[in-house]
Ligand binder design. Sequence first.
Ligand code: PLP
Length: 379
Amino acid sequence: MKKRLFTPGPTPVPENVMLRMAAPIIHHRNPEFMEILTRVHEDLKYLFRTTQPVVVLSCSGTGGMEASVASLFKSGEKVITVNAGKFGERWGQLVRVFTGNCVEEKVQWGTAIQPERMAELLKEHPDAKGVCLTHSETSTGTAADIKALCALIREKSDALILVDGITAIGAHEFHFDDWGADICITGSQKGLMMPPGLALVAISERAQDIINAHTHTQQFYLSLKKALKAHSAEDTPFTPAVSLVIGLDEALQMIKAEGIENIWKRHESLAAACRQGCSALGMKLFSNSPSFAVTPVWLPEGVDWSAFNKALKNKNGITVAAGQDEYKGKIFRVSHLGYYDELDMLTVIGGLERALKDINFDFEIGAGVSAVQKAFLGN
Ligand SMILES: *Cc1c(COP(=O)(O)O)cnc(C)c1O
């Protein structure tokens, strides 16, 4: 049985990326590696649509979030965070640890914060030094209008804008420079088609100024100040995850060859087909502002999550993601982030049909697959 991963991180890794990483290890101070790192630094700018540095940290995505909060803000500084799911909640947890002054805006799961509400928050808290946002909230499969939010925050305040782009980069249109973000983070195991282990952090000019001026040190290893200093010499402050950086070089060549605009379009179209396939099976969609990275679906009435998941995994080799927190056992999430194509959507919807049939759910066999075919091929 073939195993097929449809989770929003880790995501499938292409064979050529795995092969590059399987080569004998090289030393990170030799010119061969420096050349690779230099190219990676350059290509990351392409990915994030920026002329500013994007630093490579050897940690998972959360390490990039922690480095950003710890490097930008001082103890006591007020930071607004938006909690519309697990990952927005994490921003709040980090801010509470590092500044102790967090204004957390809770948003109903499956919806995104509206710019009007953000305007009110900024008015109530003119002393806020930062706003932490999530572009694609993976726990709820919901995308926020980051372009509009950034424009609004820039217009109304001097607060720094931190964007968790961990499942948005490589799925949703995003322009770091033009949209005016100060920090954007992604992780290697999401849209980059890589194993876990790297966080990539884009840093605006004004964020660099603040980071470089800070003399307080609430951090040692996860320091953007150190990372920026090393970056300017095409280096890293500590031993980088050499194999992963080499794999990233390969993945970025694939991304450049396809073209970032085409990648955004592909994700939008895979997401639309996935939603249509699920709807055609009589399943209700969870999000009112769906992410292009992951599709959250309500489990149909009477369908037991663990029986359904067992049928998917054990009989069909398909792994999807469960719901989190209060939505555990109520929703599930199908990923199409990274290395996926149109036939993968037929496969996963076909797999859902096989599992639903296995647990005696009543639906028309082929209805989901047919909807996916029509989404791509027309009627
Ligand atoms: C996966 C994810 C994270 C956390 O990244 P780790 O690599 O697990 O540390 C943060 N935010 C979002 C939106 C994610 O999808």
